[in-house]
Design a protein around this ligand. Sequence first.
Ligand code: KG4
Ligand code: ZN
Length: 357
Amino acid sequence: MSKKPLILGIETSCDETAASLITENEQGIPVVLSNIVSSQIEVHKEFGGVVPELAARSHVEKIDWIVEKAINESGKKIKEIDAVASTAGPGLIVCLSVGLSFGKAFALALDKPFIAVNHLEGHALSPKLNSGLNYPYLLLLISGGHSQFLNVQGLGKYKRLGTTIDDALGEAFDKTAKLLGIEFPGGPQIEIIAKKGDPNKYDLPKPIYNKGGCNLSFAGLKTAILKITKNIKTNQEKFDLAASFQRTVEKILYKKTKIAFREFEKENKSKEKIFVVAGGVAANKKIRSMLINLCNEENYKSIFPPIELCGDNAAMIALVGLEKFKLKEFNNLDHPAKPRWPLDEDAAFLKGAGVKL
Ligand code: KG4
Ligand code: ZN
């Protein structure tokens, strides 16, 4: 029996300090041996958002014991690690630099390969941590910084079909929460209070709903909410607005996903129809069930990461490391931190995000 690779993954791109050890079984299925995530909610709460310098300082304070904990919990010894994979972007540069430098130094000390990982590729592959996943698939990536439909052809092979032309969906959830006076990080709270409200109370705009293919836009929604909040007096009105926001987002995603299905099918004739949803907002249970219903209607297989692996974590980074390790795709120790690092490099530099309206 050959030794299976053991990969240490490190993630510090924003406000989570995380480390994980993963390997794979005889069938080549990834096995998560440890997955430690330390959130910085308390550090940033009083500022209502992530303060980059404070986030970086907190990563520096925690990174060594988080990695130590991940190694201890895995039941493996340091010398058994075959490669170190760190997030190199996209993200806050002062934060990325912490995990990146730590990972490089660790790899150097162990005399093992170093692998620079794209955080978005981590989200894109995260469903593989609990289910089989074959290429190609249509990916909806909905996080705090990104909202995109991607045709995923293989590891590192991404074609963007649609993107947000302004705010990311997670950002829209967070901004709406802030306007409703909900403490940071408010996104997940919107889902909770929406359950107590009437989703039909407020008629909110659905920007570029009838144009722009499967591109997305959420900034107009935030502006409309800002106007309404000025006249809101009761908690019930707050719940109604949260519910109306949640419902509007579901309607937008339903319509745009259907368009993305058609575009994906054009490019992948007679292939199995697989739809993967990843990123922090994929934890939203109402969005999940709406998209699962849509997949049932459209004969798509739907795949979501487990809720606890939707947000930022290092298991998904170690997973990309594992895939790249098997292909011997290693990086030099001078690999830079990249604040911007699109999955589809060609699409990203088109004017106006390449969106024709
Ligand atoms: O993927 P992620 O952890 O970090 C980034 O890479 O951005 O995503 C974080 C985003 C935040 O905007 C957060 O409010 C949102 O995901 N989020 C949610 C839920 N849980 C997290 N949005 C809506 N409903 C949720 N249950
Ligand atoms: Zn993320």
